[in-house]
Every structure is written in structure tokens, then in C-alpha cells.
Design a protein around this ligand. Structure first.
Ligand code: GDP
Length: 173
């Protein structure tokens, strides 16, 4: 199958407030927003990039607040090639809830979906509640790739997206 001009759908999941929207805006528009967002968010944003000399378009879907009401629709997961499962290193509960997100993801998403675990907000070092090795262990136990990021100062954000997109690209070769 040819990868030429492929469209790759990625979904961002995880507890409210962990930084999903800001990871999206950092990656797609190189923007960061302090404070609360608009109540009605965009459903997705796109970014075109080159992987191994091939142009691909990443279409990144945000929950836009649906996760608060446990009302994520089937449309959200449909056709997703990758999922970025996000927690905040400053909020242990968002880490504890990962197992519920994985269950929901595995029940609703395509079987061959590629998943990357992201521990966000590492710029807030003084408020850290979840250690790096806890993230590493959870990722190993559940067969996920793992990276820690800061959407605020842009640490590893480009790398995280590029890494999952390259994995998907390789799988679809
Ligand atoms: P979402 O509900 O998961 O989409 O989270 P948001 O992207 O709306 O972020 C929630 C709050 O955390 C906002 O006040 C953001 O400014 C803040 N935030 C998001 N990412 C980071 C980060 O990497 N570092 C810091 N310090 N704050 C962040």
C-alpha cells in the first residue's frame, strides 16, 4: 500500500486538565494558552509533515471537553491510527485513571491502533507527583511507547508526535 499523501488520524485522550488541547495547539500551531479554554473547542487540527521523504497529514482530534461527561462518541475513535494517552506528572489521579482510559480505548478504537503514553507538564518540577520510572513501568506493562513532555515550554512535543507518526508510517508501509 502506498503512503503517498496519507492522512493519519490521531486522538488525544486522558483526564480533563492534563494538557491535551495545549499539546495539540503546540504541535499544530506552536501555540500555548494559559488558563481556561473556550467551552466549545475545535474537534481537530491538522499538520502536514515529511516522514522519510513522504508527505503525510496528521489530523489530531481533541476530546473538546467530552471526557468530563464520559460522552466520547464513536466518531471520535473511528478510523484512528494512533492515540496519545495523556496524564499530568503533577496530578497522580490522572495517572491512576490511565487504566480506565486504556480499557475505553481498547474497546472503542481500531484493533491495530498505535498508542503512546505521555506524561505532560514536566516544567512544573516542584509540583511533580508521578515519577518518570512509574510512567516507564506502566508503559512497559501495557506495551506502550512513553515520553514526558511540556506543552508549555515545548519539550518533547514535536518528538512525541513525530515518533508515533513514524511508527504508524512504518506499520503501514
Ligand atoms: P485538557 O483539558 O487536557 O485539554 O488540558 P488543557 O490543554 O486545557 O490544559 C489545562 C491547563 O493546564 C491549562 O491551564 C493549561 O495552560 C495548563 N497546561 C497544559 N499543558 C501544560 C504544561 O505542559 N505545563 C504547564 N505548566 N501547564 C500546562
Amino acid at each position: 500500500m502506498s503512503n503517498r499523501n496519507s492522512l493519519y488520524k490521531l486522538v488525544l485522550i486522558g483526564d480533563s486538565g492534563v494538557g491535551k488541547t495545549n499539546l495539540l495547539t503546540r504541535f499544530c500551531r506552536n501555540e500555548f494558552n494559559i488558563g481556561s479554554k473556550m467551552t466549545i473547542g475545535v474537534e481537530f487540527a491538522s499538520k502536514t509533515m515529511e516522514i522519510e521523504n513522504t508527505t503525510i497529514k496528521a489530523q489530531v482530534w481533541d476530546t473538546a471537553g467530552q471526557e468530563k461527561y464520559r460522552a466520547i462518541t464513536n466518531t471520535f475513535y473511528r478510523g484512528a491510527k494512533g492515540a496519545l494517552l495523556v496524564y499530568s506528572v503533577t496530578e497522580r489521579q490522572s495517572f491512576v485513571n490511565l487504566k480506565n482510559w486504556l480499557t475505553e480505548l481498547r474497546e472503542n478504537s481500531p484493533k491495530d491502533i498505535t498508542i503512546m503514553l505521555i506524561g505532560n507538564k514536566i516544567d512544573l518540577a516542584d509540583n511533580r507527583e508521578v515519577l518518570t520510572h512509574e510512567g516507564t513501568n506502566f508503559a512497559e506493562e501495557n506495551n506502550l511507547n512513553f515520553i514526558e513532555t511540556s506543552a508549555k515550554d515545548a519539550t518533547n512535543v514535536e518528538y512525541a508526535f513525530l515518533s508515533i507518526l513514524t511508527d504508524i508510517f512504518e506499520k503501514n508501509k
